[in-house]
Every structure is written in C-alpha cells, then in structure tokens.
Design a protein around this ligand. Structure first.
Ligand code: T5A
Length: 217
C-alpha cells in the first residue's frame, strides 16, 4: 500500500500554503488521511536546516553549498515524515519539493543540473511525486502578496533577490510543466482565492479518478 505524494510549487507568494490548508480540509471530508509537510523543513532536522538557508547564513558559501543543504533537509523530511506517511497509505501534501531545487538552485542559481538530479534521485527514492501543481503568477504580484506575511522580518534570502531572478524562476517552473505533463499541472494563481481553489479541486479530482480507474484494472 502506498499513499499519494502531491507537491505544490511556484514562485514567491503564489498562494500554495493557503490552498494546501483548504485542500486538506476537503480531502479529509472525502475520507483521506492527510499529512501536510513543507520544504525546506517538515522534520525537526530539516527545520533546523531551514533556518540556515532562509536566513541567508549559507549564501556566502555559494549555491552548491545551499543545494546540498536543501538536499540534506529533503533527505531527512523524506525519511522521517514522507515515506512513513506514504507507507500508511496517507495522502501527503508537500509545500515545495524537488522542482524548487531544480528551479532556485539550478535554473536561477547556476548549480550543475546533473549534480542536482543525482542528489534528487538519491534522497527521494521511493518518494517521487505522483502529482505536482505549479502555481503560476507574475512575480511582481507574488512578491506583493508575500510581503503581506513578512511581518517585521522582511524578505528571506530568496524573496530578496531581484525581479529578473524571479522571472527566470517562473519560466523554469513552466518549462518543467511542459517537459513532464503526466506529473505536472499549471494552476493560474493570479485569480481570486475561490477560483484558484476550484482549479486545484478539479486537478485533484481528475487525478484521484485516474488513480481509481488504474487501481481497479
Ligand atoms: N527553496 C525551497 C529553494 O531555494 N530550494 C528548495 O529546494 C526549496 C524546497 C522557502 C524558500 O526556499 C526556497 C524557495 C523559497 O524562497 P517559504 O517561506 O517556505 O520559503 O516560501 P514560500 O513557499 O514561497 O511561501 P510563501 O508564503 O511566500 O508563498 P505561498 O505559500 O505560495 O503563499 P501563501 O499561501 O502564504 O500566500 C501569500 C499571501 O497571499 C495571500 C495569502 O492570504 C497570503 O497573505 N493569497 C492571495 N491573495 C490574493 N489572491 C489569491 N488567490 C491569494 N492566495 C493567497
């Protein structure tokens, strides 16, 4: 028995966390056991690494170092949280996962893609995403939204980067969606909250229907 691993990706302030909360409630009403996790973070070890990467403390050591730290955090989250939940048949909703490393460290950070993909393979064995929702919106709008939740802390290490970097990331997420259409679906995150929820629900329902048909055959 293996549950579902559904990942949520996109630029800053795209509305992923908000939609994950809504989806969890809906899936539980439908009888799913749901676990929500996030990256970097999720497990106690990975949460410790989260502080190091998002504060910018690792930035002076270069993007390769940051990529390894994200992979280390992922490895702990996968082993401690994601794999045990999948083994129990749970539906895991993960706020950012492998595509964030491909985009932030690879496409915009310049880390060698072969290096990144080999780390990805090593740490996610048995926990590849079944479905990925890519939240797409203009980065200017995403940063405006993200700024609402910064409170007194200001932007983190990645939110503080210039708009050109954020545009590169948007394009890179869309390219992943194009290259992996069986796994990825693009959500128009620029719409109002309820409209985005409707898009998310439609994608999840279609995925679960497909899964039930293939499980029955
Ligand atoms: N990172 C991460 C890497 O570089 N490599 C990696 O491998 C990984 C895993 C994580 C950072 O780390 C980087 C990427 C990130 O920069 P984080 O704090 O976890 O940092 O950052 P985000 O995931 O970007 O979290 P955000 O909170 O910025 O974005 P969300 O979750 O997409 O947005 P959300 O839901 O919190 O919404 C933001 C605001 O917008 C409003 C909400 O109410 C909220 O105020 N909102 C809307 N407003 C209008 N219309 C809508 N449709 C709205 N939806 C939400």
């Amino acid at each position: 028995m293996r549950g579902h691993l559904i990942t949520f990706e996109g630029g800053e302030g795209a509305g992923k966390s908000t939609q994950i909360k809504r989806l969890k409630v809906r899936l539980e009403r439908l009888g799913h056991e749901v676990l929500v996790t996030r990256e970097p973070g999720g497990s106690p070890g990975a949460e410790a690494v989260r502080h190091v990467v998002l504060s910018g403390a690792a930035k002076p050591f270069g993007t390769n170092m940051e990529a390894v730290l994200f992979a280390a955090a992922r490895s702990d989250n996968v082993e401690q949280i994601i794999k045990p939940a999948l083994a129990k048949g749970m539906t895991v909703l993960c706020d950012r996962y492998i595509d964030s490393s491909r985009v932030y460290q690879g496409a915009s950070g310049g880390v060698d893609m072969v290096f990144l993909l080999s780390m990805e393979q090593a740490v996610t064995e048995g926990a590849r995403p079944d479905l990925t929702l890519i939240f797409d919106l203009p980065p200017e709008e995403g940063l405006k939204r993200a700024a609402k939740v910064w409170a007194g802390d200001g932007p983190d290490r990645f939110e503080a980067e210039d708009i050109d970097q954020q545009r590169i990331r948007r394009d890179a997420f869309l390219e992943i969606a194009e290259l992996e259409p069986d796994r990825c679906v693009v959500i128009d995150a620029s719409k109002a909250l309820d409209n985005v929820s409707k898009q998310v629900d439609a994608v999840i329902d279609a995925y679960l229907d497909r899964f039930e048909v293939s499980a029955a055959s």
